[in-house]
Ligand binder design. Structure first.
Ligand SMILES: [Zn+2]
Length: 95
């Protein structure tokens, strides 16, 4: 009896995984094209101090600010600025 219960649970887990794989292809909100990948780009801004005596001194405390961009492969428009949003979009659950 116990074994039966376990195999039923396993079956339903497999089924729900299968269903979630059937997702619609995301469309770019700007140009309407189907896109399966995004262009990723990042720029790192390094902050520091510049003086005539010391020249440029990069300050590791103020550090780096990094900007990420995820753009459409078809029209090049920037769609997202963080990975979470980009991931949700590609999974077909974004905006
Ligand atoms: Zn586009």
């Amino acid at each position: 009896m116990k074994d039966n219960t376990i195999s039923t649970i396993k079956d339903s887990t497999l089924k729900s995984k299968h269903t979630s794989r059937r997702r619609k292809t995301p469309h770019c909100p700007k140009c309407g094209q189907e896109i399966r990948t995004l262009i990723y780009s990042s720029t790192v801004t390094t902050l520091g101090e510049y003086s005539l005596t010391a020249g440029i001194e990069e300050d590791p405390a103020t550090g780096e600010t990094q900007e990420e961009e995820y753009s459409c492969t078809e029209c090049g428009e920037t769609l997202f600025k963080d990975e979470e949003e980009a991931e949700l979009f590609l999974r077909g659950r974004g905006r």
